[in-house]
Design a protein around this ligand. Structure first.
Ligand SMILES: [Cu+2]
Length: 106
């Protein structure tokens, strides 16, 4: 247990952001019953967004501007790192009626 704790502390230290910078986080969006959950509040450039597909169908999270395209297998997940601020609309490649958006602050 002690080694695990030390390992976690080391990992945290290695991942620590530069002094003064806000730490980057991973925020999740559920994909359930053929729809994307809302944009998690407070997204910032550098954060990770992870989609968790709870459906028994394959989906994708595909940006309208093609800046990302993530396959989400049934019961699987996928993630991106946010590269730019703004409102980024996305949809599922397999079910074009499935639409979502990310609101990303600088
Ligand atoms: Cu889909």
């Amino acid at each position: 247990v002690r080694q695990l704790v030390l390992g976690a502390a080391l990992a945290a230290a290695l991942c620590a952001p530069a002094l003064g910078a806000a730490p980057h986080r991973t925020l999740t969006i559920s994909v359930d019953k053929m729809s994307f959950g809302p944009s998690p509040p407070g997204l910032r450039v550098g954060d990770r967004v992870r989609w968790i597909n709870k459906d028994i169908f394959q989906h994708s999270a595909t940006a309208n501007d093609k800046s990302f395209d993530v396959d989400l297998k049934a019961g699987g997940q996928g993630e991106i790192v946010l590269k730019r601020p703004g409102v980024i609309a996305y949809a599922c490649r397999y079910h074009p009626g499935m639409k979502g958006q990310l609101t990303v602050a600088r």
